[in-house]
Design a protein around this ligand. Structure first.
Ligand SMILES: [Zn+2]
Length: 512
């Protein structure tokens, strides 16, 4: 049954979306097509409705009771769900996008927009990156944060293991202003990583204050996700309060045994901060394990300290829960756990962890590049579900186009399959809101994330009954099932399990 709800959707639309005429006459020069017989999930959280969507050029032209014109191309959705293209607010796909512009890992999940420059790391200057991306576009839209760590590195170089001086903060501020003018969404930080870990709160607040007058935002891999978690939460709330800008916690997690079960306390703290005027939000990926470097297990960087190693192997994770993704000093260790490697080396797990870091740090120092990565199991399901359910948490992948963590290929389908369909963490239409309009709002993107006339035609057609991830830590590059077709700016980029070769992606500059 087809309902007439075009105008209801128009009424829901914000003033920011340019009005497009849902009239019956075609606009010359703008090829159109109609997706019929779809369950339209418009991204606002409203229940799905049977209907059709007309796309004209790069925009959605009409929604609801749409009758294809004579000769107009129609695509029969066969009752599948049609949602706004998913928006990934914490992605590392920007790293390899020029090598893999079809972005299979991304589009095969139904994601049409990624936000890069995360964890304090971005290419500089962004103006050059944007210009290159506009000259040689990718399949997906890309927005970027500017990385605190990258700016810090430019200004402080090798002498970074200390707080910045006022003169250095001033130089960072000038760079930051330039990046904001180029269209950065805001400032990202990675305060658990070098060099951000050596900054103090005052440095970050000073830089956040540079971003705020531009209408910019702050997003952070917070200073600790384990032993100093509550101080790290206090810090990001303080940054939002003092610099007066929206702040978002990246890949929110309670990654330590003694924190397990405390998600409700976290949500209460965040709600209190919001009630007191701090616009704090969060994103999360749907896994119990993270992907990072072995060194993050040692927040004091005391890699030879057996007590610290014991803490990492009992509180933060376990010897069987630390799976090496990459280990250049001995590539055969990739895909093995610390427990397995300890057995191979005929020693205990604590000694093994210390040795693995010593060997990889020596190689890092001689080569100047990162030489290892690890997938660490540190979280529990009740916390993941409670954080997901928070109305201000949107979904993210934290994934890369060619990374060892399965989230790069599977995060969004896994959320829809495991958490929404199987465990019923939230209704489907609400889940789609967390992946679309909520994510857009958190990034200040006004013309994407909803199916309504005038919005950009980023769309995903999927089967809620079968959508599932297949990627695992041992086979991280398996594409998901149940994602049928994906359009970016009105052009089809994924269909029948394959990318189409189209590269309609745009640069998304800060919108205000
Ligand atoms: Zn991170």
């Amino acid at each position: 049954m087809i309902h007439r709800f075009t105008y209801a959707l128009l009424a829901l639309g914000t003033a920011c979306a340019p009005a497009a005429s849902p009239s019956a006459s075609a606009t010359p020069g703008r090829p159109s097509f109609v997706i019929t017989n779809a369950l339209v999930l418009d991204g606002t959280g409203s229940p799905g409705r049977r209907g059709a969507v007309r796309v004209e050029g790069d925009r959605i032209a009409a929604v609801g009771d749409v009758t294809p014109r004579a000769g107009e191309r129609t695509i029969d959705a066969r009752g599948l769900a049609l949602a706004p293209g998913f928006i990934d607010t914490h992605s590392h796909a920007d790293d390899d996008l020029f090598d893999k512009p079809d972005a299979l890992a991304v589009v095969s999940q139904g994601i049409t927009t990624i936000i890069g420059g995360q964890d304090g790391g971005s290419t500089l200057p962004l103006a050059n990156y944007f210009a290159r991306l506009e000259k040689t576009p990718a399949a997906i839209n890309v927005g970027m944060y500017v990385g605190h760590g990258s700016i810090r590195d430019s200004v402080m170089g090798a002498d970074f293991k200390r707080a910045a001086t006022p003169a250095e903060v001033a130089r960072m501020s000038v760079m930051l202003e330039g990046e904001m003018r180029a269209g950065a969404i805001g400032l990202s930080s990675g305060l658990e990583y070098d060099p951000g870990i050596y900054s103090d709160r005052a440095e970050v607040i000073a830089l956040a204050k540079v971003v705020a007058p531009f209408g910019g935002r702050y997003i952070s891999h917070i200073r600790s996700e384990d032993f100093a978690f509550w101080q790290a939460i206090d810090e990001i709330i303080g940054i939002g309060r003092e610099a007066k800008l929206p702040v978002q916690i990246s890949h929110t997690k309670l990654a330590m045994r003694s924190l397990w079960g405390r998600a409700d306390s976290l949500v209460r703290l965040l709600d209190e901060a919001r009630a007191s005027g701090v616009d704090i939000t969060a994103d999360i990926y749907p896994y119990l394990y993270w992907h990072s470097t072995l060194t993050v297990l040692f927040p004091k960087r005391d890699f030879e300290n057996r007590t610290a190693a014991e803490f990492a192997l009992t509180e933060t994770s376990t010897p069987g829960g630390l799976l090496l993704g990459r280990y250049e000093p001995n590539p055969a260790y990739a895909g093995k756990t610390v427990a397995e490697i300890a057995k191979l080396r005929g020693t205990d797990s604590v000694t093994t962890l210390i040795d693995l870091i010593r060997e990889s740090e020596a190689m890092r120092k001689s080569t100047g590049r990162s030489t290892q990565s690890v997938i660490g199991t540190s979280m529990v399901e009740p916390d993941v579900e409670a954080i997901m359910r928070w109305p201000h948490t949107n979904l993210s992948t934290d994934g890369a186009l060619n990374g060892p963590h399965p989230r790069g290929y599977g995060a969004f389908p896994r959320f829809l399959g495991v958490y929404v369909r199987d465990r019923k963490v939230m209704p489907l239409e609400e889940a789609v809101r967390h992946m679309t309009s909520l994510a857009a709002a958190h990034m200040g993107i006004k013309d994407r994330g909803r199916i309504a006339p005038g919005m950009f035609a980023d769309l995903v057609l999927f089967d809620p009954a079968t959508v599932s991830d297949r990627a695992t830590p041992r086979e991280p590059h398996l594409t998901s099932v149940g994602i049928a077709r994906v359009w970016v700016n009105g052009a089809e980029v994924f269909a029948d399990g394959k990318t189409t070769g189209a590269k309609p992606g745009r640069v998304i500059r800060r919108q205000n």
